[in-house]
Design a protein around this ligand. Structure first.
Ligand code: ZN
Length: 274
């Protein structure tokens, strides 16, 4: 009985904090690429802090500031049926999806790891992966302002019980190094940049969170899913050979998979006969 009660309570705390985090994530996803554009690619920490906190939430279409009661995560979207109260503009279902995903991620982490710092850090990691995936698909960009905090949080995570700073250091070096080599080799071979530098940094960040030992399996999943999606698109003529496909979503998916189900790492390695 006690266990059921605490699972319910942990889910509730997780879902509420996750929905709030998801709401902030939507601000990050929407504003970070625009801030980078507005400042010519060079945004200072202070400019990010100002740009993300002000102005308050407003309709992306009519600019009308949102009332506090129109800005409650999950609830407002459902009550207003995803429309602006003032101009009736439809907001993409993405806003709701991000809040739901974050709420589920936080609830799962809290139920699994309890009301601990480790649970909240793990949930922030998963939420960060969602943000990076969406930004990379929409803008072909993995912003430092998201990667940097994830790197620092990852180190903090590895200092907690069960973590290993050695594994994190190895993972950071191996993740960054492996993609750096692939990126340089492709550039020498093909004469064009096939992979963004953001992907290289992202692999280093994932290495911190997963540890070096999980990286072969993570890269295997990322490359195989990447090929499974991009080759059919190329064959169907939807994208050209020279088009750079954002690799971030596949890294994010692989990282999420190995982080939440670390036990499948050895099975994947066996599959690829490492
Ligand atoms: Zn509006």
């Amino acid at each position: 009985m006690n266990g059921v009660l605490s699972t319910g309570l942990l889910s509730l705390i997780g879902a509420c904090s996750g929905a709030i985090a998801g709401s902030f994530l939507n601000v990050v996803i929407h504003r970070v690429p625009r801030l980078i554009d507005a400042h010519g690619g060079n945004v200072s920490g202070a400019q990010y802090a100002a740009g993300l906190s002000w102005p308050g939430s407003h309709c992306a279409k009519c600019d009308h500031p949102l009332r506090w009661y129109d800005n409650i995560p999950l609830l407002s979207y459902v009550l207003l049926r995803g429309r602006c109260r003032f101009c009736g503009e439809r907001y993409g279902v993405r806003y709701l999806a991000v809040e739901v995903l974050a709420a589920v991620a936080f609830a799962c982490c809290l139920v699994t790891l309890g009301l601990t710092a480790k649970a909240f850090l793990a949930a922030l990691f998963l939420a960060g992966l969602v943000a990076l995936t969406i930004i990379d698909i929409e803008e072909q960009l993995l912003p430092d302002i998201v990667l940097g905090p994830l790197f620092v949080l990852g180190i903090a995570f590895q200092f907690l019980p069960g973590g290993s700073i050695g594994a994190a250091a190895l993972g950071a070096g191996a993740g960054y190094g492996a993609l750096w080599l692939i990126r340089e080799a492709y550039r020498l071979y093909a004469g064009v940049e096939g992979m963004g530098y953001g992907d290289v940094k992202f692999a280093g960040v994932l290495g911190v969170w997963l540890g070096g030992a999980a990286l072969p399996a993570m890269f295997a999943v990322a490359f195989v899913t990447g090929l499974a999606v991009s080759v059919p698109l190329m064959l169907m003529g939807r994208i050209g050979r020279q088009v750079a496909i954002p690799f971030g979503p596949f890294l994010a998916f692989a990282g999420m998979l190995l982080f939440t189900l670390p036990g499948i790492g050895p099975a994947i390695e066996m599959l690829f006969a490492f």
